[in-house]
Ligand binder design. Structure first.
Ligand SMILES: [Zn+2]
Length: 375
C-alpha cells in the first residue's frame, strides 16, 4: 500500500537564491503543474510604468522607444495584490496615490563623456494632491514596503541598473512616468518572472515528444540534469501507454519585482482563487435553473448525476476533490454541446440556459451529463 508521502503532492526545493527557485513538484497531474506555471508567469500583479509624458527628449532615441524601455523596467512590487489598486477599481478620476506611482526622470549631459541614463535616475515622487484621497480610508498605503515602486536594484549598490539610453554633451531627457498595477496577460512588462523552466519525463518514456535525429538519438539529444532524478528505462522496456507524468521540474527566475518565494506562494493562491471562483459560479447555476425550470429535467439538476458535489466544497475545495478524472471530464466536451448555440454557457436564462428541457438545451440534458459536465 502506498503511504501518504507517495500520493500527496510534495514540493522539494533544490535551490533558492534571491531571484530564483528551483524545485521538484510531485504527485500532481500535468494539467495542474502547467496551470501553476502559467499562473506564475501571467496572473500575478506587479507595478510597471504604464504612462509616460515626455517633456524634453533631445537624445537620439524617439519618444516611443524610450517610453517602451521605461515600461519594461522592473519595479519593486512586493505585496502588490494588497498594496495598490487597479486604476479601474479606484474612485479617482486621473490617478491617485492608491492606484498609481509617479516617477520622474530628468537627466542632462554636460561633459564630453557619453553618459548612461539608467533606471537609477528614476525618482519616485509623491502623487499630486488629490482632494478625494483625504476622504478615502483605503489601507493600501500601509501595506507597502519602504521601496515599493522603486526600480529594482536602485537601492542595492551591487546591482547593475537597467540602461535606458545613452546621451552626449548637450542632450537631455526629461519625463514624467506613471506606474500602475497590472498583470502579464495584458502586457508582459507586468510579469514578475523573467523565465520559468518546466520539464517532466526527461527520458521521454511517455513519448510526449518526438525527437528528430540523424543517426543516434542518445548522442544527438543529451539528457538534462533532471534525468538524474529518474530511473533510466531499460532498452527492452515496453511502452506503457497508460502511464502519466507525476514529477515536474520547475525553475522560476524572477526579474526582482517579486521574490521567488512570493511568486510561488502567490501563484498557488491565485490558482486556488480561480478554481474557487469557478466552483462558486457552478453553484449559482442550478439555483437559477430550479427557479426557472419549466419541467422535463430532474429538479436536482446536473448535480444529481455528479460523483462529487462541488457545492459542498465552495469556496475552497480540498485537494481530494480535484484528483482523478477532472481533466477527462473537461476534455470530453462533444461537438454537439458546442453546437447548442442558443442555450449553452453564454445564453440568457430565457433562451434555455442551464435547466431547460428539450433538444436545444445546454448542459443539462441527460446525454450531455453522461458525456461531459459531471464535475
Ligand atoms: Zn486612484
Amino acid at each position: 500500500m502506498q503511504t501518504s508521502a507517495e500520493t500527496e503532492p510534495t514540493v522539494r526545493i533544490r535551490e533558492l537564491t534571491k531571484d530564483k527557485v528551483n524545485f521538484v513538484l510531485e504527485n500532481v497531474d500535468l494539467a495542474f503543474a502547467n496551470s501553476f506555471r502559467r499562473v506564475m508567469m501571467a496572473d500575478l500583479p506587479t507595478v510597471a510604468i504604464d504612462m509616460v509624458e515626455i517633456e524634453t527628449n533631445t537624445t537620439v532615441l524617439p519618444d516611443e522607444y524610450i517610453a517602451h524601455r521605461l515600461g519594461m523596467i522592473p519595479l519593486m512590487s512586493s505585496n502588490c495584490d494588497e498594496a495598490i489598486r487597479y486604476t479601474r477599481d479606484c474612485t479617482c478620476l486621473a490617478g491617485c496615490s492608491f492606484c498609481s506611482i509617479m516617477l520622474h526622470l530628468h537627466v542632462s549631459c554636460n561633459d564630453d563623456n557619453t553618459m548612461n541614463v539608467t533606471s537609477n535616475h528614476l525618482e519616485v515622487v509623491p502623487m499630486p494632491e488629490d482632494q478625494d484621497i483625504q476622504a478615502d480610508p483605503g489601507e493600501e498605503l500601509s501595506k507597502r514596503g519602504e521601496f515599493f515602486g522603486h526600480p529594482v536594484g536602485k537601492n542595492d549598490p551591487n546591482a547593475e541598473p537597467v540602461l535606458i539610453c545613452k546621451i552626449r554633451k548637450g542632450q537631455e531627457l526629461k519625463a514624467k512616468c506613471t506606474a500602475k498595477k497590472g498583470i502579464a496577460k495584458e502586457h508582459a512588462k507586468w510579469s514578475p518572472c523573467s523565465a520559468v523552466a518546466f520539464e517532466y519525463d526527461p527520458y521521454n518514456k511517455l513519448r510526449h515528444t518526438s525527437y528528430w535525429y540523424e543517426t543516434d538519438i542518445k548522442q544527438e539529444w543529451p539528457l538534462s540534469e533532471n534525468a538524474k532524478e529518474e530511473e533510466a528505462p531499460r532498452d527492452d522496456e515496453p511502452f506503457d501507454y497508460l502511464a502519466k507524468p507525476n514529477k515536474f521540474y520547475l525553475d522560476v527566475e524572477t526579474d526582482g519585482s517579486l521574490g521567488p518565494q512570493e511568486v510561488v506562494m502567490k501563484g498557488l493562491a491565485e490558482l486556488q482563487h480561480k478554481l474557487a471562483n469557478l466552483m462558486y459560479s457552478l453553484k449559482q447555476g442550478p439555483d437559477i435553473d430550479n427557479q426557472q425550470n419549466t419541467g422535463g429535467v430532474d429538479p436536482n439538476g446536473w448535480n444529481a448525476a455528479a460523483p462529487t458535489n462541488p457545492t459542498a466544497n465552495v469556496p475552497v475545495p480540498p485537494a481530494s476533490t480535484w484528483s482523478g478524472g477532472a481533466s477527462s471530464q473537461w476534455g470530453s466536451t462533444s461537438p454537439g454541446q458546442r453546437s447548442t448555440s442558443n442555450a449553452g454557457w453564454g445564453a440568457s436564462p430565457q433562451a434555455g440556459g442551464w435547466g431547460s428541457s428539450g433538444a436545444t438545451s445546454g448542459w443539462s440534458s441527460p446525454g450531455q451529463q453522461s458525456n461531459g459536465w459531471n464535475v
